[in-house]
Write a protein that binds this ligand. Sequence first.
Ligand code: C2O
Ligand code: CU
Length: 488
Amino acid sequence: VPAASAAALGGAGLWWAGADLNTAGKVRFVNRLAIPPLAPSRRDGAGGRVFDLRASGGEHRFRAGRPTPTWGINGPYLAPTLRAARGETVTVRFRNDLPESTTLHWHGMHVPARMDGGPHQPVRPGATWSPTWTVDQPAATLWYHPHPHGRTALHVYRGLAGLFILDDPHPHGLPDRYGIDDIPVIVRDLNLTDHNELDERDREQGGVGIVGDLVTVNGTPAPYLPVTTQRVRLRLLNGSNARIYRFGFGSGRTFALVGTDGGLLAAPYETGHVQLSPGERAEIVVALRPGERDVLRSLPPETGLNLWDRRWTGGDDTLDVMELRAAPRLARSSPLPARLAEAPRLVTDPATPPVRRFELSGFTINGRSMDMNRVDFAVPQGGTEVWEVTAIDDAPHNFHVHDAQFQVVSVGGRLPPPELRGWKDTVHTPPGVPVRIALRFRGEPDPATPYMFHCHILNHEDQGLMGQFVVTAPGRSANRPPATHHEH
Ligand code: C2O
Ligand code: CU
């Protein structure tokens, strides 16, 4: 019997069923934002942290009428938040009770390739998979989702996605009370059929996949977040299949960007907007006055994107996503720290030539589409490499690399803007603009098990815009000249 999720959604029983689901200025925010529960964990004999996860079908209420059949982990829709600290050994016992094979991938995590949960680690229906690894990276907002070959878009769309929060032993002075002043914000769009089923049809042109009319946060449509403290930290995840958001606020207020995909910035960066393509995260801190209300909004892009992109970023239709409602009295928050994290640059010279080039076009990288039996290249363990990624068609793309957090070296030959100066594992690649990234591969050599790199527009990934690399024993010079994979 699928668990009903109305209670998890705040139990208000109010579901916005109007046509203007997210039209700016027209949304009635009637549903209290659901907060994904923190997954309980237990200790194994060696002091490691063990999570039990189970994927299954369920039902979730997106609007009035029938509940929607969905998939979820430890619940009917979405997944609990996993949380672990640097230095801890984590084991996840994952049982698949879905009717088909799936996988669980730890997006942004430095893990041995066999534990990565990519397409080479399928978990059959009824089977259990128990990856284990030691967390060895800074505090960050990571996430997890399935990665089955050719089926990732559907499995994520049906509901399999959750946050994986990593902590540092030393506090950073940011709001950190989960669900109170430290809020997960998983933004996903979807379409419902007349019968309230998830509409899995690709209505778009150009193969971008599902772009939804209804934008939800943590599965809640038309959500409001009660704010009880002077400052609130939002951990934004673009968990959508294809849509790109450029987040800002209805009032035009600024906020502090404090973290990107793989960790905290060196210092807070005050800005009015942050753009996230699918898979990207941002941590922001917003200060509200008592009684104030403001709307988290997805705005049209400012510059640098062509018309095609505008459609996915909101373009003509600015989208209202969530209302923040400050209580008449707010509990004190400590001031924002001036410094957050050490961020040594992997590569200091933006003119450093790339050792590999990747041209994204249609469903291909350098003219080739994903082949499970082809490893595209090997990287030496411990080496730092500069890669150059360019989207050469007009479609929206981004670029995600497994295992390694990277740094953006340059965008179109220039130093990256402040919002791209922190650790990243996914970066938007505007059409025709070469994006250079620096990566260091710290993984155990495992020439038999590849890691993936791909566009995180999930239909692009499923259709072949993905490749594989392995980490091999150190020794070869890392930044050797390109044996490029150009085939033109
Ligand atoms: Cu978020 Cu290869 O995936
Ligand atoms: Cu793409």
